[in-house]
Design a protein around this ligand. Structure first.
Ligand code: GAR
Length: 192
C-alpha cells in the first residue's frame, strides 16, 4: 500500500476491546510529523473498554458496537469506514473475530498485533501456554489479517528471551513493551 508522499496521511481506524495501550502508542506515533498515518476513528466492541479514554483525550471519533449480531455490526462499521475514507484498520487488542465478508471488503488493509511468535501460539492465553511448554523464546508479531485466525502474512516480529523467573504477568508486560516498538515499525514498513 503506497502513501502519496508529502500529500496526505493514510486514514486509520483502530479497533480495541481493552486497555488500549497499543492504541495510545499508535496515536502517539501518528502525531509525529513524519508519521504516514492519522488516527481518525476508534472502534470498540465493549463500551467499558478502558482504551476509549484515548478517543476523548485526543478528540478522535469513537464508535461502539456490541457484535451481538455480527453481520449487522460489521455492515454498520463498513459504512462508517467508507464514509470516513478509512484506508487501513489496525487491530490492537480487539478480541472479536472478524467475518470473511468483512475481511474481504477491506482486503489487504487490516493488520493485527498478536503476543506470540506466530505461527506459534495462535489464539488466546499465549503467555500461559508458552510458559507451560517451557519455551526459550516468545515475542510479538504484526501481521495482515486473513480469514484464518492469526494466520495472515507476517509484517514484523520481535523475539525476546524468556527468563527463568518469568510469570504470565512479567512476560505480558515485557512483550507489551515490545509491541509498542514494533507496531509503528510495521506500519512504516507497509506504507513505505
Ligand atoms: C496486546 O498484548 C495484544 O497483543 C493482545 O491484546 C493485548 C492488548 O493490549 N492481542 C491479542 O491477544 C489478539 N489476539 P492493549 O489493549 O493494552 O493494547
Amino acid at each position: 500500500m503506497k502513501k502519496l508522499t508529502g500529500i496526505k496521511k493514510i486514514k486509520v481506524a483502530v479497533f480495541i476491546s481493552g486497555a488500549g495501550s497499543n492504541l495510545r502508542n499508535i496515536i502517539k506515533f501518528s502525531k509525529n510529523k513524519k508519521s504516514p498515518i492519522s488516527v481518525n476513528l476508534i472502534i470498540s466492541n465493549k463500551k467499558t473498554a478502558k482504551g476509549l479514554k484515548y478517543a476523548n483525550q485526543n478528540k478522535i471519533e469513537k464508535k461502539i458496537f456490541n457484535f451481538k449480531n455480527i453481520s449487522f455490526s460489521e455492515k454498520k462499521i463498513l459504512k462508517i469506514l467508507l464514509k470516513k475514507k478509512i484506508e487501513l484498520i489496525c487491530l490492537a487488542g480487539f478480541m472479536r473475530i472478524l467475518s470473511k465478508f468483512f475481511i474481504q471488503n477491506f482486503n489487504g488493509k487490516i493488520i493485527n498485533i498478536h503476543p506470540s511468535l506466530l505461527p506459534k501460539y495462535k489464539g488466546l492465553n499465549t503467555h500461559q501456554r508458552v510458559l507451560k511448554n517451557k519455551e526459550k523464546f516468545s515475542g510479538c508479531t504484526v501481521h495482515y489479517v486473513s480469514s484464518k485466525l492469526d494466520s495472515g502474512k507476517i509484517i514484523f516480529q520481535k523475539k525476546i528471551k524468556i527468563r527463568k523467573n518469568d510469570t504470565i504477568s512479567s512476560l505480558q508486560r515485557r512483550i507489551l513493551m515490545e509491541e509498542h516498538k514494533i507496531y509503528p515499525i510495521a506500519i512504516n514498513k507497509i506504507l513505505d
